[in-house]
Design a protein around this ligand. Structure first.
Ligand SMILES: Nc1ncnc2c1ncn2[C@@H]1O[C@H](COP(=O)(O)OP(=O)(O)OP(=O)(O)O)[C@@H](O)[C@H]1O
Length: 264
């Protein structure tokens, strides 16, 4: 179990997250949603140990982050940050194999190469294996970095907006793969998404952050309602449900069809 207890985070003097408590379980895909600037990235950085907390505790399998060496703590994680810039003179295959850096000795084993190629194939980008990473598009870079975190064989996945540059097919492919692997490997996955419908389709649990605090935590059906979404984003919505009960959010344009008046 991954436990967050009464966590308080600040950047400089600005409080970002207050009194956050959550228990997350193996085999579950947790999606963090919330408006821009509400601390989603800050929270992931702190869970990874990149940012220390003012108060509270983070524990994995009963052991506290604060009691461990950072390198030891971080070896449990596959962390994909929001910024996917890759100005490196390395090929895609080399970048993906770097996911195994912690276990690579002086030589590369066939098994590492096979795993890297198989991750690229699963994501439909094996044809990019020999391309230099600096030449890739934004979406291609995102898929390569996802392949790299898969190779880490993590226990906890932290993915910060992993589909923000992906087309519809690749969004579904990445989320399906993450969902399957979370179940198959008993990962605790924590993913930031802005697309509420994608979140509703794939999340076992939604973590809703706004105004520095946890607004809601539960299954998409438990959490997503039109009042909450209107309060969070100031956008009116209708909520429909698919045949399997999955909520589907449809935004409603206010002043639809009216042109904004332009002063002369
Ligand atoms: N290095 C920094 N220095 C000062 N303030 C920062 C820094 N990094 C983040 N912040 C502030 O902390 C708050 C939370 O930022 P964070 O990036 O965690 O939000 P977020 O929910 O991930 O946003 P988004 O959805 O836009 O990616 C914001 O108000 C942001 O401006």
């Amino acid at each position: 179990m991954f436990e967050i207890e009464q966590l308080q985070l600040s950047i400089g003097k600005q409080a970002i997250v207050k009194d956050l408590s959550l228990s997350l379980f193996p085999g579950e895909l947790n999606v963090i949603i919330g408006p821009n600037g509400t601390g989603k990235t800050t929270l992931l950085r702190s869970l990874f140990g990149e940012l220390s907390s003012d108060k509270g505790e983070i524990r994995f399998q009963g052991k506290r982050l604060s009691d461990q060496r950072l390198t030891h703590w971080q070896q449990h994680f596959g962390y994909m940050p929001q910024n996917t810039q890759l100005d490196l003179d390395l090929t895609v295959l080399e970048v993906v194999v770097l996911g195994r850096l912690a276990s690579l000795g002086m030589r590369l084993h066939d098994e590492d190469l096979t795993a890297a190629l198989s991750a690229l194939a699963d994501l439909g980008i094996v044809h990019l294996a020999d391309r230099p990473v600096y030449s890739l598009s934004g979406g291609q870079r995102q898929l390569v970095l996802f392949a790299q975190v898969l190779l880490r064989t993590p226990k906890i996945m932290l993915l910060d907006e992993p589909v923000s540059a992906l087309d519809l097919q690749h969004q579904m492919q990445l989320m399906e793969h993450l969902h399957q692997q979370t179940k198959a490997n008993n990962w605790i996955s924590i993913v930031v998404l802005h697309d509420l419908n994608l979140a509703a389709q794939f999340a076992d649990k939604l973590i809703v952050l706004a105004n520095q605090t946890l607004q809601a935590f539960g299954t998409p059906s438990e959490v997503l309602n039109s009042e909450l979404i209107h309060t969070l984003y100031n956008v009116p919505v209708d909520i429909h449900h698919g045949s399997d009960g999955t909520p589907f959010i449809r935004t409603i344009r206010s002043n639809a069809g009216q042109l904004a008046s332009v002063p002369h």
